[in-house]
Write a protein that binds this ligand. Structure first.
Ligand code: NAD
Length: 362
């Protein structure tokens, strides 16, 4: 199969981790007889430096025209003081909106080899952590009106949170369908005791429920959900929630699984052209030092093969290679055990070596 992949290396550790993911894709293409063509796209701080814009239209067009997009990460202290509309993260919001990817899926799954890296008690981890957060990605408060105004000499800031029925319904359906393919449990998370947008959210979820009789729907307030994720994560199968709640909860969920460097994500809309990226940022503190964990990006590439290209066997080959490398005791710094006895059983490797070890096992 021939596929064109738009590649956004971005800033900080972005180029290092994306290089390893592309090398893993190349080995997979060779093994399964595919041909992947990569188109470089500038986005984030590097695009501001080069084009004076975090995502020029021509760069966005390359992403829309591709079969899928692989992204490293954007941002860094160098661009902290640029005006709000020019920040690297604006490029990311524009990319998501431009591609129409309204559904962000983040798995929160503990790798058995890394169970001790979870900050939760062993007794909680032993019950299992394996859920997905389906987050609405191009609506809500991040895309509402933002303004800061002067009211009688005092500054007032306004951020508008809006959801339409259609926006809620399409993400709700993704939630139900995801649960249907898993253990059949969907938890809809909102703040319906306070927010109108959440009350509409809840109404639509219950309106959809009869269409999915094989899925058990429950409701949870977002503050309770934040508690339950650390108290008993085993209760969750699929969580569906709005943009900002999903942003916060999915970072919390990533932490209980060990390291943010391990977690991939997919963002999809109405077409098979998806956006695949690790959930972490550009980690400027370790950029350029060969210290980054490339696994979240490599697993994002595997998700691309599975969800956008329908290549299950190929995705499995990458995921099994990651498991084999962890089984063999290889660890980047972020997943190295802190316990001395456990650490003695592991081998510390850098970003490039981790990528090479995974490729070797694909
Ligand atoms: P971060 O995720 O970049 O880093 C948080 C911590 O996790 C750091 O200590 C970092 O070293 C570590 N870390 C992250 N990824 C790692 C990896 N693959 N391997 C090993 N360690 C890893 O979050 P931050 O420090 O809050 O943000 C840094 C920059 O990234 C900011 O400019 C922020 O705006 C941007 N950011 C970008 C994205 C994105 O591109 N999608 C997401 C979040 C943050």
């Amino acid at each position: 199969m021939n596929k064109t992949i738009a590649v956004i290396r971005g800033d900080g550790i972005g180029p290092e981790i994306v290089n390893e993911a592309l090398a893993a894709l190349d080995v997979t293409a060779q093994k399964f007889n595919h041909n992947f063509t990569y188109i470089d796209v500038d986005m984030g701080g590097c695009a501001i430096d080069k084009w004076g814009d975090p995502l020029p239209q021509a760069e966005l067009d390359k992403c829309i025209a591709a079969d899928s997009v692989l992204l490293g990460a954007v941002g860094g202290p160098k661009w902290n003081d640029v005006p709000g509309h020019m920040r690297p993260e604006k490029g990311l919001l524009r990319l998501r909106a431009g591609m129409g990817v309204y559904s962000n899926n983040r798995p929160a799954k503990i790798w058995p080899q890394l169970a001790s890296a979870s900050p939760l008690k062993e007794s909680i981890v032993a019950r299992g952590i394996d859920f997905i957060i389906v987050r609405e990605l191009i609506g809500g408060i991040y895309f509402g009106e933002h303004r800061t105004e002067d009211v009688f000499g005092e500054q007032r800031a306004v951020d508008v949170l809006t959801y339409t029925e259609a926006e809620i319904e399409r993400i709700g359906r993704i939630g139900f369908e995801t649960a249907r393919r898993r253990r059949g449990k969907l938890c809809s998370v909102e703040k319906s005791n306070v927010l109108d947008s959440s009350r509409l959210w809840k109404t639509i979820m219950h309106r959809l429920a009869p269409e999915y009789p094989d899925v058990e729907l429950s409701d949870m307030l977002v503050d309770n959900c934040a508690m339950q994720i650390v108290k008993d994560p085993s209760q969750f199968d699929v969580i569906v929630t709005e943009n900002m709640f999903g942003d916060i909860l999915s970072d919390e969920a990533s932490q209980i699984t060990g390291s943010i460097g391990m977690i991939p994500s997919s963002s999809l809309g109405a077409t098979s052209c998806g956006l695949y990226e690790p959930i972490h940022g550009s980690a400027p503190d370790i950029a350029g030092k060969d210290l980054a964990n490339p696994i979240g990006t490599i697993l994002s590439a595997a998700m691309m093969l599975r969800f956008s290209f329908d290549m299950d066997a190929e995705a499995n080959a990458i995921e099994s290679a990651v498991a084999a490398v962890l089984d063999a005791g290889y660890r980047t710094g972020d997943i190295m055990p802190t316990d001395a006895d456990e650490a003695a059983m592991c081998r510390l490797v850098g970003c490039r070596e981790m990528g090479r070890l995974i490729r070797e096992r694909i």
